[in-house]
Ligand binder design. Structure first.
Ligand SMILES: [Fe+2]
Ligand SMILES: [Fe+2]
Length: 254
């Protein structure tokens, strides 16, 4: 089977580029299930019912998020949808849930969303959280979206979960890394899958706005960049009987 993981979709342009490219990609790579990180899919960050709908209509089966999950206060009921995840290491008091066991008839696929704690909000320890979740999951087909800033934390979690999950794919930095591999002949790994949206930008944001913020320290409102888009993803091929990743390939579509 094949799972396609797509990195942070940024704004309306990212959503419409995804809608344009995803159907053909699913056919070309014979994809069975699509996971999309949607934490920036609403204009100006976060996820809304409208942006989630456009990701599902484009072909996403499951939407993961991250530090911008709850950006839109009046959209929190979104997380009642079992196919929209927020990081599992948020407090239990938060809306929503951090993993799903997705029933595909002949097989079950677990998708776990976790957030890093290095240079990010201090949440529950993601290593301990995933240990607890794995105890509760019966299927060997387990995919982790680790939404984290530090490459060290991501690689450490990849090695920690080697042999225990099908793949660990990083999101959040919006910059694709070149280290796709299979750890311990079992676990597909990629430090960061990248983003989907305007490429000539700073992480999808208009360049001058990002430059002003960093150079002049003035408060700014992020605006989605214009220009040609790219879609960054990872195709994870796996053996559904044992949950072993057999091929891990990163993907950039312009
Ligand atoms: Fe993001
Ligand atoms: Fe993020």
């Amino acid at each position: 089977m094949k799972l396609l993981m797509i990195g942070d979709v940024v704004g309306a342009r990212g959503c419409s580029f995804l809608a344009r490219k995803l159907p053909a990609l699913k056919k070309q790579y014979e994809i069975d299930i699509v996971v999309v990180n949607g934490e920036n899919s609403a204009d100006g960050n976060g996820v809304t019912s409208q942006s989630a709908r456009s990701l599902f209509q484009a072909g996403a089966d499951i939407i993961t998020t991250g530090n911008h999950a709850f950006q839109r206060r009046n959209e929190l009921s979104l997380f009642e949808n079992e196919c929209i995840l927020r990081p599992a290491n948020y407090s239990d008091a938060c809306p929503g849930h951090g993993y799903i066991i997705y029933d595909m008839g002949s097989t079950q696929i677990a998708v776990v969303n976790l957030q890093g704690v290095l240079f990010m909000d201090s949440l529950d320890n993601p290593f301990n959280t995933v240990d607890r979740i794995l105890e509760a999951i019966g299927t060997p087909n387990i995919f982790v979206d680790f939404h984290a800033e530090a490459t060290s934390e991501k690689r450490a979690l990849g090695h920690y979960l080697t042999g225990r999950v099908t793949a660990v794919v990083g999101t959040h930095t919006h910059v694709p890394t070149a280290d796709a591999c299979i750890l311990g002949s079992h676990t597909g790994y990629l430090t960061d899958v990248g983003m989907t949206g305007a490429e000539d930008s700073v992480l999808g944001v208009e360049k001058q706005i990002a430059i002003d913020r960093l150079r002049l320290h003035v408060p700014v409102r992020f605006k989605e960049a214009k220009g040609a888009c790219w879609l960054c993803g990872a195709v994870i091929e796996f053996d559904k009987q044992c949950g072993k990743c057999t091929k891990m390939e990163s993907l950039i579509v312009r």
